[in-house]
Design a protein around this ligand. Structure first.
Ligand SMILES: [Zn+2]
Length: 225
């Protein structure tokens, strides 16, 4: 066990960064959730207030504002300025903030019209969805497909569709080692109290406690225990 684990523990983590095309991609962010909440609040105030209570003047506006905000979040909001793909999963940059979906949290990589759609959860458990133009962001989309097919093949629903891309594209970024203390083991739910007890799947970066490492990771990778 120790041999394989040392290898995975010390390996360098990297990813590639791509400027996103100014049009053709969007990311839905928490803004959508906030607008939806505003919409819910408006609906509640409008429909569920006590029958004899005075109408709440702001409610129709709150409802309309929420719906508009939600539409804006879907269609215009959150265009990512850059996309990252690599050992850490798929990440989007928006200003100074980075939102990351680890490979183990990817639930689907598929086509949506002429765009590549990657969906799942970010590393904090919030819904993550990235849509990339197949033509305008061909290299970023191609790398996502290639890495997803290698790392988490069961969630890729693209049949034999090929996504050609230039492997030399994207700025190479060195990633910090993951901090695993406090995370839960994917197999046993045991809390990782000591960093040295953590074992990482090199393909999807699922975390395991060293006493509970399965022969194969949930992504299908052999863990050589
Ligand atoms: Zn794995």
């Amino acid at each position: 066990m120790a041999k394989a684990n040392k290898k995975t523990k010390n390996r360098a983590r990297t990813e590639r960064r791509y400027q996103a095309s100014s049009a053709g991609n969007w990311v839905t962010f928490a803004a959508g959730g906030i607008s939806a909440a505003a919409m819910g609040g408006g609906t509640y105030a409008q429909l569920l207030r006590a029958a004899d209570a005075a109408p709440i003047p702001a409610a129709p506006w709150l409802l309309a504002g929420g719906a508009l905000g939600l539409a804006a979040a879907i269609w215009f909001g959150g265009s990512a300025s850059a996309i990252r793909v690599g050992d850490g999963g798929i990440a989007t940059e928006r200003g100074d903030s980075l939102t990351r979906m680890p490979w183990y949290a990817v639930t689907s990589v598929a086509l949506s019209g002429d765009a590549l759609l990657a969906e799942g959860k970010d590393d904090k458990g919030a819904a993550f969805s990235l849509r990339l133009s197949r033509t305008k962001d061909a290299n970023a989309a191609g790398r996502i497909v290639a890495e997803a097919r290698m790392r988490v093949p069961s969630v890729v629903n693209l049949g034999d569709d090929t996504f050609g891309y230039d492997e030399q594209t994207g700025d190479l970024i060195q990633l910090e080692p993951l901090h695993l203390q406090g995370k839960h083991c994917s197999a046993s739910d045991t809390v990782i109290t000591f960093e040295a007890d953590a074992r990482l799947c090199p393909r999807c970066e699922r975390v395991y406690h060293r006493a509970h490492v399965p022969e194969a990771c949930a992504c299908g990778a052999a863990l050589n225990v």
